[in-house]
Design a protein around this ligand. Structure first.
Ligand SMILES: CC(C)(COP(=O)(O)OP(=O)(O)OC[C@H]1O[C@@H](n2cnc3c(N)ncnc32)[C@H](O)[C@@H]1OP(=O)(O)O)[C@@H](O)C(=O)NCCC(=O)NCCS
Length: 276
């Protein structure tokens, strides 16, 4: 009870302290950039656990969509672990999301996080793997630059792929930086978008060969790029192995609440910690 009551949204001046905790929890040097979405969006939050001397000792971030929500960047300072803070932060994040309409709460778990989430009732769905490299040969593809006029089609395709209504985050990407493959009934069979706060390029496609071509476009070099893809996307995995990408790490998608109708075989690049 004492711990739970100390969990609250971060004040602006505490964001650097939250970043420091996440760095020490192993989230890497890019984590400050990742926190920009929950820091700025009214539909997302950075929750912090206060330590005894008023500093930040734990963090959990949230992002809500229509009836789904995501938890990401859950980290507790090494010296404050195994005292229930990770559990309390996750519970507070679930409450935050449920209070805003999320029936299903999703996250990507590390091995350290998995037992914490399982105890709270989360169930395993599927693994996502992060790969790094430069793409080799790919199917030829006619790509067009995304503009504001394409937003409705982009959302429709995203809904079909993720089973979620991610307008909150898609609309926050302004200007749109990305490309799409024309075709199909919707006029768009795939897209690739970079976001200011994303870990890798987000890529969705209803056709495997288009998805692979978009992956190639996103990691054409000369420096290596990162792509995070569901293990169940066999076309993506085959292409990444053929291009000799290096496997960096993996995480397990977990769910609390009813399943959403997502299509992992149509995801060729995941966004980041807060929205799959
Ligand atoms: C995962 C992480 C957030 C967990 O934080 P935490 O504060 O240690 O979490 P909790 O204390 O709630 O639970 C951790 C363990 O401590 C145990 N614990 C909780 N309260 C305890 C207490 N008072 N005394 C002893 N053990 C306790 C829990 O039962 C749990 O045990 P288990 O994992 O062996 O089953 C933390 O390890 C971390 O930051 N890891 C690195 C980053 C990471 O992997 N984040 C997850 C991303 S999905």
């Amino acid at each position: 009870m004492r711990i739970a009551s100390a969990i609250r949204p971060a004040m602006d001046r505490e964001v650097p302290l939250a970043v420091d905790v996440l760095r020490r929890a192993g989230f890497g040097s890019q984590v400050a950039r990742l926190l920009e979405y929950p820091r700025r969006s009214p539909n997302a939050a950075i929750l912090v656990a206060e330590g005894r001397n008023g500093g930040v000792v734990g963090v959990a971030c949230t992002a809500v969509f229509a009836t789904s929500g995501w938890i990401g960047a859950v980290g507790v300072a090494p010296e404050a672990r195994r005292g229930g803070l990770g559990t309390a932060l996750t519970e507070a994040a679930v409450q935050w999301l449920r209070g805003r309409g999320a029936r299903t709460v999703l996250l990507y778990a590390t091995e350290a996080g998995r037992p914490v989430y399982e105890r709270l009732g989360f169930v395993a769905e599927e693994r996502a793997i992060a790969w790094r490299g430069v793409a080799g040969a790919a199917p030829p593809l006619d790509l067009q630059r995304l503009g504001d006029a394409d937003r409705a089609r982009l959302r429709t395709l995203d809904h079909g792929v993720t089973g979620e209504r991610r307008d909150n985050v898609l609309d926050a990407i302004n200007p749109l930086a990305g490309v799409f493959a024309p075709g199909g009934v919707n006029g768009m069979v795939g897209w690739a978008i970079a976001s200011p706060w994303g870990a890798g390029t987000a890529i969705a496609s209803t056709r495997p060969e288009t998805g692979v071509a978009l992956m190639a476009a996103a990691t054409s070099g000369p420096s290596a790029g990162t792509l995070i893809v569901p293990d169940g996307n066999l076309a993506a995995g085959d292409a990444l192995r053929a291009w000799r990408f290096v496997r960096l790490n993996d995480a397990l998608r977990m769910r609390l609440g009813p399943a959403v109708a997502w299509n992992p075989d149509q995801q060729f690049g995941l966004f980041n910690l807060f929205w799959g």
